[in-house]
Design a protein around this ligand. Structure first.
Ligand code: HEM
Length: 185
């Protein structure tokens, strides 16, 4: 699609190369991690997997809920353009701010019973894809990929079991299973 846009001169050749790079670097790891975290949650919480098996059309919401509950992007950074007070804290001009979007998903002021993983929950104001001008441009793809995968699993796998304890990859910005083994029946 991007190379076709390049051929049609809708973007320059240099822009096309940068777009491909952005989509691959920003889009692959987070999607793989989010799908891994969603499968891990469903395997660990068989009651929720049973709800999904009974109604695979909940796959889209299950993926959204997994991203709220355990985000593959748990923090992002911004640099302030001017001094601002936020929640009583003065932040100066040109300061680096680390925003914990992962913890925003567990904000009890916004979500009822935030520490419960509930694939039927109505999810609004979820921060897992960021917000504003730099919010995730690929989130529609990501949700579709997650939905298709979880739906196919729910339709074909009777029982999803963790096989041992998954290893979590620790990284200040990205979170996901480094190694995870499962038994599918
Ligand atoms: C579940 C999977 C994904 C998650 C959790 C995710 C999350 C995020 C987050 C948190 C940001 C930063 C937003 C900000 O700074 O405000 C971001 C940016 C971005 N994402 Fe995603 N993303 C996912 C999948 C994808 C996919 C599939 C693509 C491309 C096909 C993609 C492309 C991008 C790009 C290009 C940016 C940079 C946007 C900018 O700086 O203007 N992402 N994503």
């Amino acid at each position: 699609m991007i190379h076709a846009a390049d051929d049609d001169r809708q973007v320059t050749h240099d822009e096309a190369m940068m777009l491909v790079r952005s989509f691959l670097s920003a889009g692959v790891d987070r999607t793989v991690d989010s799908i891994g975290l969603a499968l891990k949650l469903l395997a660990e919480q068989p009651d929720q997997y049973a709800v999904l098996r009974a109604d695979p059309s909940l796959a889209r919401n299950a993926f959204k809920e997994a991203t709220r509950f355990d985000s593959s992007s748990h923090s992002l950074f911004r640099t302030t353009l001017c001094a601002r007070e936020i929640a009583g804290q003065l932040i100066g001009k040109h300061e680096k701010v680390m925003v914990f979007i992962g913890s925003a998903g567990r904000d009890g002021a916004h979500f009822d019973d935030p520490d419960a993983f509930d694939i039927t929950r109505k999810i609004r104001g979820q921060m897992g894809y960021g917000v504003g001008p730099h919010g995730c441009v690929g989130q529609m793809f990501a949700r579709l990929e997650g939905e298709i995968l979880l739906q196919a699993v729910a339709q074909q796998v009777l029982d999803l079991q963790p096989d041992g304890t998954p290893e979590t990859r620790l990284n200040p910005g990205l979170r996901g299973p480094a190694r995870m083994s499962m038994v599918l029946q």
